[in-house]
Write a protein that binds this ligand. Structure first.
Ligand code: HEM
Length: 417
């Protein structure tokens, strides 16, 4: 359709050019349009650039994209070494300000205007549900609510639920090492064992469900999420160069994301429905029960309209399952895989960790959080693993509700010079 319209337009213009009687006025009009477009482009470029933190130059339309030669986070790290911890870079149609210092990030994200998300197709699909991709008031409330719930179920180092969480983790660790021991010295693909152990901890916390690592439903569910991450990487380029959306490969990827999203949402809804059927307000089993109770309370107190900003409760629960599952599983699994790689590559470190664990914990019981102060080498090893092989080097996407270039320049001046 677009190609056809462009063809018609080109033919029409050709006719006009050939038609000498109007060629002069046509050229004048064309020249005027080009000059006006160029002037407005330069004006917008100047207006946005004059207060920006410094950054690398790019080319028209694609910006810095064509100059990226390595992994994106490595490229940004190299740029931050050159331009400082607050710098700006244009990627296609997007202007990005990169904050790469934890003090600066903390200071910036305290402010209300930083609690927004970019306006792209993925965000449109999620439609402001969940927590990872929500913004403003909804994000703040969900964050507070989830923190409370997680603390209750023992996610933090303190609180009444700590033992519950430790028990959940220990059950899964015990299960995993028993299954691995059964394999004796046969080669194993550690990823799937770690994946089911980690996701079972999250699933029990979220929805009181456990999966075996070879359960077809679990395999389908994790494959859909993995697929989603891969497709998301394919479509990410279109966020910077919107015209790419016209290509069939992008269209296919967007449609597949939508289709997978539908299937996975149905799966989450089954869990929500199960919970509703067996719900008991005096026995809150997990986070989904916590949400159902909150929805009921809001109804009774006549504040349903305010809860989730008036959005649909079922969809919010679906997306919370999705967010917690995808945020909590892949990150921890990847970190543990890296820990194994480093332990194999540095046998002297592995021996020191083992020696410390044997001495402090012994081999007759599992390590507990209370042991941590007496395990400085083991803790240092894990922290070094996370530093060397950061599972989420770029964090999630953020945007601002208004122009904050002045504030960014102030931050730069405060922390760097
Ligand atoms: C090694 C493990 C983990 C790493 C490296 C990690 C890293 C991160 C990072 C970098 C962010 C983005 C922060 C931002 O840009 O705003 C994030 C957000 C988040 N993570 Fe994790 N995470 C890990 C484990 C977990 C676990 C186990 C859970 C849940 C059970 C979880 C749940 C979340 C949630 C809900 C968010 C969104 C928070 C918000 O928007 O306020 N993460 N994580």
């Amino acid at each position: 359709m677009i190609v056809w319209s462009l063809g018609r337009l080109a033919t029409w213009m050709l006719h006009l050019i050939i038609d000498t009687s109007c060629s002069e006025s046509l050229w004048t009009t064309l020249l005027f349009v080009v000059v006006a477009w160029l002037a407005s482009y330069l004006w917008r470029w100047w207006r946005t650039s004059r207060n920006l933190p410094p950054g690398p130059y790019g080319y028209p339309i694609v910006g810095y994209l064509m100059r990226i030669k390595r992994e994106f986070h490595e490229e940004l790290t190299a740029l931050s070494r050159k331009f400082g911890s607050v710098f700006s870079v244009r990627l296609g149609s997007e202007l990005i300000v990169v904050l790469s210092d934890h003090k600066i990030i903390r200071e910036a994200f305290r402010r209300e205007e930083f609690a927004c998300r970019p306006d792209n197709d993925f965000m449109k699909l999620l439609d402001g549900y969940g927590i990872i991709n929500t913004e403003g008031k909804m994000w703040k409330e969900q964050r507070r609510f989830l923190h409370e719930r997680l603390r209750h179920f023992g996610m933090k180092h303190m609180g009444d639920g700590r033992e519950k969480m430790e028990n959940r983790i220990m059950i899964e660790v015990y299960q995993m090492i028993t299954e691995l021991a059964d394999k004796k010295s046969a080669p194993v693909e550690l990823g799937s064992y770690l994946s089911s152990a980690v996701s079972n901890v999250i699933c029990s916390l979220l929805m009181s469900v456990r999966f075996r690592h070879d359960d077809p439903k679990f395999i389908r569910f994790t494959n859909l999420i993995d697929d989603g991450f891969k497709l998301f990487t394919v479509t990410a380029a279109a966020g910077f160069i919107p015209i790419l959306k016209l290509l069939p490969a992008f269209n296919y990827a967007f449609n597949k994301i939508r289709q997978n999203f539908g299937e996975i949402s149905n799966f989450y809804q089954e869990i929500v429905d199960d919970h509703k059927r067996s719900f008991d307000a005096n026995n809150i089993r997990d986070i989904i029960d916590g949400y159902i109770l909150e929805i009921q309370n809001a109804k009774e107190e006549g504040r349903s309209e305010q809860l989730f900003n008036g959005k649909n409760g079922d969809r919010q629960m679906q997306q919370i399952i999705g967010d917690m599952f995808s945020a909590g599983t892949e990150t921890v699994k990847t970190t543990l895989q890296w820990a194994t790689v480093f332990a194999l590559r540095e046998p002297h470190m592995q021996a020191r960790v083992q020696e410390e664990l044997d001495r402090v914990v012994t081999r007759f019981r599992m390590p507990m959080l209370d042991d941590l102060p007496n395990l400085p080498y083991t803790e240092a090893f894990m922290l070094e693993v996370m530093r060397r092989a950061t599972a989420v080097p770029l964090g999630t996407t953020h945007s601002t509700s208004r122009s904050v270039s002045g504030f960014c320049l102030k931050l730069r001046a405060k922390f760097e010079f």
